[in-house]
Design a protein around this ligand. Structure first.
Ligand code: 2NL
Length: 335
């Protein structure tokens, strides 16, 4: 009787299956009730009744499993009722920007407010745009196979070692005044360590017009540093050398970690180097078809990884390219 009733049940979804389970197999279900009747069965009939009950139990369980499988595989199911539209949807995991992108965008934003436009160019370059136009002599170590990834030699095709090549391309267009920043990935053949990688990101800047002076360079970079690191940061310039600028300098900021007292980050000096800069070498202007008696300009270049490591106290450069979510998720925006 129970068995024929069971076979007439219409179970088409998970909710129906649960009702089925409660009715037949639940603690107060029909099976338990039938088992409860065992005490009223005469001694000589007990064995027979027991066998019948066991059969019923396995029939019920088998039928239940069959129904469950039908629902799971969508067989005989009224599809619509299997989906509970009132349940909340599966959450879409929200991504976040890479810390390098965050800092790059911040740098771009600051210079855009000073009237700099963003310029981009190819990562695969020729010898002229990466080296020769920049006044890098034939025997300069940067041209060495050990520092540069060459794709071919003669003619030379290589992975750009700085984004100065983009600036050369912009200068060659001949439109003045020129005020640009060039963010992008650059490549150098270095042994990978906590402080060096074979690729990293740079932002270079260039301003060429009449009467551009070193004072303009200093004010521009001072504004940038205050926007980037806060009002209280100090700067200093040290004389340096680059083949493409004259005079050249390196710029330090007062150490953000110890405030200038001396710590591991600033190697107890109170200062950390953040960029190189200088007045564009007249030869570079001439190489790009500009009159170096009429026009002057300044240029600078910085590594985005370096700035990011300073801002967030990141100790190992390799973290930026390992794609470890535990690292990256620390920069995800709060919801
Ligand atoms: C550094 C130093 C520098 C420049 C980049 C530049 C570009 C042109 C002409 C002249 Cl087209 N100069 N760029 C100038 C001085 C320094 O970068 O340490 N970068 C990470």
């Amino acid at each position: 009787m129970i068995k024929s009733e069971m076979e007439n049940e219409k179970v088409t979804n998970a909710a129906g299956l649960e009702l089925f389970r409660i009715k037949y197999l639940g603690t107060k279900g029909l099976l338990k009730q039938a088992m409860g009747e065992m005490k009223n069965v005469a001694i000589e009939k007990k064995k027979e009744a027991g066998v019948l009950l066991n059969d019923l139990k396995s029939d019920l369980e088998q039928y239940f499993n069959q129904l469950q499988e039908n629902i799971n595989t969508g067989k005989n199911a009224e599809k619509i009722s299997v989906i509970d539209v009132s349940l909340p949807g599966d959450p879409l995991p929200l991504g976040g920007r890479h810390p390098i992108s965050l800092v790059q965008n911040k740098i771009i934003h600051i210079f855009q407010r000073l009237g700099f436009a963003v310029a981009e160019g190819p990562e695969i370059e020729d010898d002229w745009h990466n080296f020769t136009a920049l006044n890098l002599p034939e025997d300069h170590p940067a041209r060495d196979m050990q520092d540069t990834f060459f794709i071919s030699k003669n003619p030379d095709w290589l992975l750009r070692t700085h984004t100065s090549s983009v600036q050369i391309r912009e200068m060659e267009k001949g439109k003045l005044p020129l005020r640009i920043i060039c963010p992008g990935r650059v490549y150098r053949n270095e042994t990978i360590s906590a402080r060096a990688h074979c690729f990293f990101n740079q932002v270079e800047g260039l301003y060429i017009a009449e009467n551009v002076s070193f004072a303009d360079l200093k004010q521009t970079l001072y504004f940038f540093v205050k926007e980037m690191f806060g009002e209280r940061v100090q700067i200093r310039f040290r004389p340096s050398y680059f083949p493409f600028t004259e005079p050249s300098a390196e710029m330090d900021i007062s150490c953000l970690i110890c405030g200038g007292k001396g710590c591991n980050v600033c190697k107890k000096t109170g200062w950390v180097e953040i960029l190189g800069c200088g007045m564009v070498h007249p030869q570079v202007l001439e190489n790009c078809g500009m009159d170096s008696r009429k026009y002057t300009g300044f240029a600078f270049g910085m590594g985005i990884e370096r700035i990011t490591m300073l801002l967030y106290e990141i100790k190992d450069l390799r973290l930026f390219s390992e794609n470890d979510l535990r690292f990256l998720q620390q920069f995800a925006p709060a919801l």
